[in-house]
Design a binder for this molecule. Structure first.
Ligand code: PLP
Length: 511
């Protein structure tokens, strides 16, 4: 059936080709295409017994799953494999998968309270529980006049809060001031911030990605923030929004929240804390210190779909002033008017997000929190951090390698050391371009190493470049990962490194 459809499609594409349109009865085309149709029909009759006599378009589940196995599996990257160490994991659990099934089963579009009260109430409840697990300051929680909402992802959370911040200022200064608004992050801030700024209408020239250095472990320096803000103010611009990150995408660096917030607050800026990856770890008291200072921010978000046993999509956002979101994002069409909304006693979550319809995402998070409880969730995070430490030890035991940044959470950034690369100590580094040449060669060799590791199909890691240094990223986060997988991954790294490093220098540089 499928191949027949393909053939027909192909035939149709030829039949409506340009030549026909130019001369509807071209004798040469008639002969050529006539033969094609005859061949097509002849082939059809030759194979006719192979096709089910009655259309089988409605396949039984067994056949569909068989198709999934045969045709979808080969093209899947298995994110849930315990050998997946790339990017940041998006992990899952039985409880959350069942929650997703319930969500699809109920399929409510809980845009406002009345459209499905349980969806709204459960969302408020789980966001309250989670806020308490993270020990978020009272002003972020409902009894402190704040509140939490589940967005699809961090990009949405940033777009929504940036929109609220923009409108808060423009309501005072007038819409024409939009061209003067400036937003700040660092060169390590996730690219979603830049996209959000574009979407929200910030002039691209007013997007500041402030440079970070090794001296601050790639965290944003409060001094450089203050300098940049003052320069902008002197140029007649208006500082609007700071996006501070706890656990950057490249190397899990942490921006120092408290001093950054103190700077940004002086200028009445909106401060958002993006803890997309690392936020989950703050349910453990020993990691909570990384968000110290969040009390001075306006909003905080993290992706439960990264590290809290909850599958995509589930970004948890808290704001101190939900009205700021509502003032920017609410609509009031006749067809949605209802008494509950008018009573102002309920939350209409559509007013806290971009789209109108919304999935009942709270269900999966509720199932995760209820099934596992805070102690088990803490153990899950700690186990990954312990496995990352194990990998770090393995790297450090091998003199050919180095761990490039201190580990804050469960990400290890490592590389073959410069001294491990052939030709590094033979004088090249003494000529005028020596240092750049050296860095380039070391980077190139490490890129080759990653390519070889991933081509083996045994493990999957990713890379980044920070401060010009290419590093391999080993992010522990799969639900099923154990010590055995970490040790095996390290063996794969060593095997490929040994074979690369044992090549003569000339081959290493040309490989
Ligand atoms: N912020 C940080 C720190 C991230 O690490 C990521 C993704 O890894 C994002 C934002 C983007 O998140 P999302 O894909 O949920 O928009």
């Amino acid at each position: 059936m499928k191949s027949l459809q393909c053939d027909c499609q192909h035939l149709l594409e030829n039949v409506v080709g340009n030549k026909i349109a130019m001369n509807p009865l071209d004798p040469g085309e008639f002969r050529r295409q006539g033969h094609m149709v005859v061949d097509f029909l002849a082939k059809y009759y030759e194979n006719i017994e192979k096709y089910p006599v009655l259309s089988q378009d409605e396949e039984p589940m067994e056949a569909i799953l068989d198709d999934v196995h045969q045709h979808i599996f080969p093209g899947l990257t298995h994110w849930q494999s315990p050998n997946f160490f790339a990017y940041y994991q998006t992990n899952t659990s039985t409880a959350a998968i069942l929650g997703e099934m319930l969500c699809a089963g109920f399929n409510v579009a809980g845009f406002n309270w009345v459209s499905s009260p349980a969806a709204t109430e459960l969302e408020s409840l789980v966001m309250d529980w989670l806020g308490k697990m993270l020990d978020l300051p009272r002003p972020f929680l409902p009894f402190g006049n704040g509140g939490g909402v589940i967005e699809g992802n961090t990009s949405e959370a940033i777009i929504c809060t940036l929109t609220a911040a923009r409108d808060r200022v423009l309501r005072k200064l007038g819409h024409n001031s939009i061209a003067k608004l400036v937003v700040y992050g660092s060169d390590q801030t996730n690219c979603s911030f830049q996209k959000a700024a574009r979407v929200v209408g910030i002039d691209p020239r007013n997007f500041r990605a402030l440079k970070t250095t090794r001296s601050t472990l790639f965290g944003l320096s409060p001094d450089s923030l203050e300098k940049a803000i003052r320069l902008d103010i002197n140029a007649g611009l208006i500082p609007l929004y700071l996006c501070a990150t706890v656990g950057t995408t490249s190397c899990a660096a942490v921006d120092p929240l408290e001093p950054l917030c103190k700077v940004a607050s002086k200028f009445s800026m909106w401060i958002h804390v993006d803890a997309a990856y690392a936020g989950a770890s703050c349910i453990c008291p020993e990691y909570r210190k990384f968000i110290n200072g969040v009390e001075f921010a306006d909003s905080f978000s993290f992706n439960a779909h990264k590290w809290l046993l909850t599958p995509l999509d589930c970004c948890c956002l808290w704001v101190k002033d939900p009205n700021a979101l509502v003032n920017s994002l609410s609509t009031d069409p006749e067809y949605l008017k209802n008494e509950a909304t008018e009573s102002k006693q309920v939350i209409d979550y559509a007013d806290w997000q971009l789209s109108l319809s919304r999935r009942f995402r709270a269900l999966k998070l509720w199932l995760v929190l209820k099934s596992h409880g805070v102690q088990n969730l803490r153990s899950h995070i700690r186990n990954h951090c312990r496995l990352a430490k194990l990998f770090e030890e393995l790297v450090e035991e091998d003199p050919q390698f180095e761990v490039v940044f201190p580990i804050n959470f469960a990400l290890v950034c490592f590389r073959i050391r410069p001294s491990g690369v052939a030709g590094m100590s033979n004088g090249h580094a003494d000529n005028e371009h020596g240092e750049a040449w050296k860095l380039n060669e070391v980077n190139r060799l490490n890129a080759q190493l990653l390519h070889a590791i991933n081509a083996s199909g045994r493990v999957f890691m990713s890379h980044t470049t920070v401060g010009g240094v290419y590093v391999l990223r080993f992010a522990v986060g799969a639900t099923l990962v154990t010590e055995k997988h970490v040790i095996m991954a390290w063996k794969v790294v060593q095997e490929h490194a040994n074979s690369l490093l044992s090549m003569p220098a000339s081959e290493q540089h040309s490989a």
